[in-house]
Write a protein that binds this ligand. Sequence first.
Ligand SMILES: *[C@@H]1O[C@H](CO)[C@@H](O)[C@H](O)[C@H]1NC(C)=O
Ligand SMILES: *[C@@H]1O[C@H](CO)[C@@H](O)[C@H](O)[C@H]1NC(C)=O
Ligand SMILES: *[C@@H]1O[C@H](CO)[C@@H](O)[C@H](O)[C@H]1NC(C)=O
Ligand SMILES: *[C@@H]1O[C@H](CO)[C@@H](O)[C@H](O)[C@H]1NC(C)=O
Ligand SMILES: *[C@@H]1O[C@H](CO)[C@@H](O)[C@H](O)[C@H]1NC(C)=O
Ligand SMILES: *[C@@H]1O[C@H](CO)[C@@H](O)[C@H](O)[C@H]1NC(C)=O
Length: 435
Amino acid sequence: MTVIRIMSTIISFLLFSLILPVSSQNLTGDQIATVKSNLANGAKQSWEIGTRAQALLEYDSPQFSVFSSEKLPLQSSIFSSSVPGSLGEVLAIAQSTLSSLGGVGTSPQPLVPNDAVAGDPASIGVAVLLANWTGDGSSNNTNAQYGQAATNQLDFLYTDVPRTSDGAISHRTDQLQLWSDFVYMVPPFLAYYGVTSGNRTVVEEAYNQVKLYRNYLRDASAGGLWKHVVLGSGQDLGHWSTGNGWAAAGMLRVLATIQRSSFANGMKNEQIDLANWVREIHGAMYSHLQPNNLFKNYADSNTSFDDAASTALLAATVYRLANLWGTHTYIPEAERCRQTLSAPANSSMPNNGSPLAHFTQDMWLTPVVDPYNVGQQGTQSPESLAFVIEMQSAWRDWIQSGSKGANGGGRIFGNVQWKLVVGAVLVVVGALAAV
Ligand SMILES: *[C@@H]1O[C@H](CO)[C@@H](O)[C@H](O)[C@H]1NC(C)=O
Ligand SMILES: *[C@@H]1O[C@H](CO)[C@@H](O)[C@H](O)[C@H]1NC(C)=O
Ligand SMILES: *[C@@H]1O[C@H](CO)[C@@H](O)[C@H](O)[C@H]1NC(C)=O
Ligand SMILES: *[C@@H]1O[C@H](CO)[C@@H](O)[C@H](O)[C@H]1NC(C)=O
Ligand SMILES: *[C@@H]1O[C@H](CO)[C@@H](O)[C@H](O)[C@H]1NC(C)=O
Ligand SMILES: *[C@@H]1O[C@H](CO)[C@@H](O)[C@H](O)[C@H]1NC(C)=O
């Protein structure tokens, strides 16, 4: 009798453990290192280089990213004695960008010459502004050259790129066309430029561009999802999931930049708008999250394929919004997505012999959209690895701030220690009942 009761208690403990969501899934340091090296080798296009720089800042040098609590512009006390080694890869990006320019003039010029896309080179702008601010650790370029290169990039966007009649800067040089991607590539640079050069007008332009882009791209008839590409030839009116992620992530960088700056008090309404617009995208996107915790490549198209890239980027934005604004609505979803992306492969989710269900053996995220042809599934997506690094950074920072909002399924049952405690209590209760 007693034996049977103890047995049944142990069995219920085991069942309980199985039913509870698997958690504590986390990529190892070695796995992250391989992700970073694939990203370094794979990032060739201007927007990939800029996105990589941002991911490295957030992961390796969080003090220097806009998501830290340091005031902006950064106080020289945190780098005056020497430029920290953790910034090395970001400053190397600024350095090689200037080398490829082959000299810095004084006329409008993008940071990457002859890019068909007007907005993408600006994504490297924050790295270049950091090099202006801190120096690059070598004598090859002067701070002033970095500053001038950033100014030339700004002037290029202001003077050499088509605009809509109400002022939205085109994402392309050869035609007037607006892409959701722009919101990650340009406004964060404008905001950072305005803050480092003490020019509030440029910070306001960052906000203004976001506002204009939202007016053109937000689709009220699709619950507030953003369209991908409007105006001009070659539009994509579908609700590309990564594009929604680009928009939310770009808005959060603008919000964080304003929050940390001396303009914060004078720009309260702008901050409220930006936070609300991120929330709007979260609400629209997470209503389409599938039971397998992945988004479709086009969030509301049930004929499109599953996409882990946008799933990672959106999760990063949920942790960031929680830390910047205290909004925790979609933390449980972000936690489920992050855990799914870090989960081991198993018999029902085999992955060609890879130990992880959503990374190949050599640590490329899968399944992912082809970043060079967004209607198709791809194999190796550099940007998706930057999103993984941003998700890890944002998750880490959220944990460091106390894991707020991880209640219900997220916190109590999603945590191995709690499972063990609950299981132990069940065993003790069972044993007592047996006596
Ligand atoms: C996740 O793994 C990293 C190593 O990749 C480690 O530094 C970190 O502490 C882990 N985080 C948690 C919450 O387990
Ligand atoms: C500085 O420039 C020299 C000559 O062009 C080059 O060999 C060297 O690698 C550069 N240093 C850095 C840190 O980029
Ligand atoms: C470059 O840095 C200096 C401070 O060292 C600052 O005065 C200047 O405004 C910066 N330039 C830009 C474009 O941010
Ligand atoms: C701020 O930037 C704008 C745009 O480049 C420029 O027209 C204006 O002169 C700048 N203001 C100051 C005070 O530097
Ligand atoms: C896709 O969605 C449409 C419209 O909601 C629905 O009619 C159709 O059955 C769905 N197809 C699949 C395969 O789920
Ligand atoms: C296999 O992995 C999937 C995805 O992580 C998970 O949902 C499922 O519960 C796992 N199955 C087993 C038997 O562990």
